[in-house]
Design a protein around this ligand. Structure first.
Ligand code: PAF
Length: 278
């Protein structure tokens, strides 16, 4: 496994590879990331993983400084998976002093995470576009846990005619249902005990939908009620939307997806579940 730090060295190393599957990450890797790597490995000649905690997608007061980092451990995990190249660029190379260009997505990027975290998706769309231009992968892999991020990426890839296929990989969950996230380590023991309620709340909406409930308000209330029954009082949002536009839909159709965001003391967690059985 080769580590490339400069853009030039990455381009040089990439040119020796055939079809590339690309897994962009911010590091502190967990089983969810490794499931993306394994899928990429199964479907391509070679796999490139990037590790870059992207300052542009964190708002003021968010957790950029404290975002968990573990490069040595990440490198060992990726070597074990048989990854070909790990790209670990420096922020100054990605965003040089004279840098003034951004990729800004309207529509799908404006609700939910876009509303709660202004500028977040511009930061994501900009870095992912730059990484696609640098790595030039045939396929790129993202986790379903970040459903809105996946929808935003698919939107700008289509809009900007970027020649890459976006693959969404199912959410990796702990045994108790908590979606794997690098931020889970920041839950205190009491919060960690409560956190599986996020998945339970989404499952509650899914189960009502299976039984024929199509009223968005009823389904959203069921999510909030389940969270409250599990002593989670603070909820950023609990919504049912269309998975492509992220617009609220009522009555809810087969393609509807339930999403929530819950702030804990040191970490804000998100999760989602399609309402029709997967
Ligand atoms: O999902 C993430 O880890 C990040 O948003 C991504 C796609 C690597 C861009 O920084």
């Amino acid at each position: 496994m080769e580590q490339c730090i400069t853009i030039e060295s990455l381009r040089h190393a990439r040119n020796t590879l055939g079809n590339v599957g690309f897994v962009p990450t911010m590091g502190f890797l967990h089983e969810g990331h490794l499931s993306l790597v394994r899928r990429a490995k199964a479907e391509n000649d070679a796999v490139i993983v990037s590790i870059f905690v992207n300052p542009a997608q964190f708002g003021p007061g968010e957790d950029f400084e404290t975002y968990p980092r573990s490069l040595e451990q990440d490198m060992a995990l990726l070597a074990k998976e048989g990854v070909d190249i790990v790209f670990t660029p420096k922020a100054g190379d990605i965003y040089p002093q004279n840098y003034v260009t951004e990729v800004s997505v309207k529509g799908v990027a404006t609700q939910l995470e876009g509303a709660s975290r202004p500028g977040h998706f511009t930061g994501v769309a900009t870095i992912v576009t730059k990484l696609f231009n640098i790595v030039q992968p045939q396929k790129a892999y993202f986790g379903q846990k970040d459903a809105q991020q996946c929808a935003v990426i698919k939107r700008f890839v289509a809009d900007l005619n970027i020649p890459v296929t976006i693959i969404t990989v199912p959410t990796w969950r702990e045994k108790d249902g908590l979606a794997s996230s690098s931020r889970n380590v920041r839950l205190n023991p009491e919060e960690r005990e409560k956190a599986p309620a996020l998945y339970k709340a989404l499952q509650r909406a899914q189960s009502l939908f299976q039984k024929g409930e199509r009223d968005r308000n009823v389904l959203e209330k069921a999510i909030r009620d389940t969270l409250k029954q599990n002593n989670i009082e603070k909820i950023d949002y609990a919504k049912i939307v269309d998975p492509l536009t992220f617009q609220e839909v009522n009555p809810v159709s087969e393609s509807g997806i339930a999403l929530l965001a819950v702030p804990f003391s040191q970490a804000r967690l998100i999760d989602n579940l399609p309402l029709a059985l997967e």
